[in-house]
Design a protein around this ligand. Structure first.
Ligand SMILES: [Zn+2]
Length: 249
């Protein structure tokens, strides 16, 4: 068996932790993962987000009514727990009364980091989670990239969700503006480029995919080009590059 980095859950040879940077926002994030996905989350961004966010925790389970750690957190009076979930009754950073509700407590944001199908089941089994006040974004956001093509409640990945929550809470004055959230987006951009370049290398070398469900195509993928917050350009596929590459089918 290959050695796995216990932080990002990738093989040590492709450990992503060097690209992560700490964003200490003053918000506690808790990521709920389905056990099936926790083991084989290659394109998920929850672990990336957790690696950047101190105090954040990943909890694995389906029925969270019996999850000791979650129950402990939910009964801790120093937190104001919310579930990131859309809805008319959901709080947003701008909604009247929200800042007052949080005041004096630490915001605890619970995010279901799972596919749409698995999240449904987790929520159905976890009335202690669904009973929480909901939090939604004040703004409308689209992901800069999606690895998975499936119906999603939100059009953004888990790591982008954290980014926008931090930004919105900072703007609303609910948390301090001291922490710069950009490293989260930078990490996501690096991850996209890294993932696609790796996949293209695999396709070009003719090695069959190990992740047939997510990567069933043997077509070379376009690698988007991104500008990081420090101005560095990453990704992109040059024209000359494309001509010189052979696709092995
Ligand atoms: Zn790692």
């Amino acid at each position: 068996m290959r050695e796995i980095c216990l932080k990002c859950f990738r093989p040590l040879s492709s450990c992503f932790c060097k690209y992560t940077k700490t964003v200490d926002s003053g918000i506690k994030f808790v990521f709920l993962m389905h056990p099936k996905e926790a083991k084989r989350q290659r394109t998920g961004t929850g672990r990336m987000a957790a690696a950047c966010l101190p105090q954040s925790e990943i909890l694995v389970g389906i029925d969270f009514t019996k999850n000791r750690r979650l129950c402990e957190l939910l009964s801790d009076p120093s937190y104001y727990p919310v579930l990131l979930y859309p809805g008319k009754d959901a709080w947003t950073s701008r909604r009247e009364g929200f800042a007052q509700s949080v005041a004096g407590k630490k915001l605890l944001v619970i995010i279901i980091d799972s596919t749409w199908f698995c999240s449904k089941k987790m929520l159905r089994m976890s009335p202690n989670v669904t009973a929480l006040p909901k939090l939604s974004f004040a703004g409308n956001y689209r992901s800069i990239f999606t690895f998975k093509h499936e119906p999603a409640e939100y059009c953004v990945s888990t790591i982008e969700s954290c980014y926008y929550i931090i930004k919105e809470m900072q703007e609303a004055g609910i948390v301090s503006k001291d922490a710069e959230p950009e490293p989260l987006m930078d990490t996501f951009k690096r991850m996209i480029v890294w993932q696609l370049e790796k996949e293209n290398e695999r396709i070009e070398s003719g090695v069959p995919g190990t992740h047939a469900i997510d990567w069933k195509y043997t077509k070379i993928k376009d690698v988007p080009s991104f500008t990081l917050s420090d101005g560095t350009q990453i990704g992109g596929r040059r024209e000359a590059d494309q001509g010189s590459r052979k696709v092995i089918k």
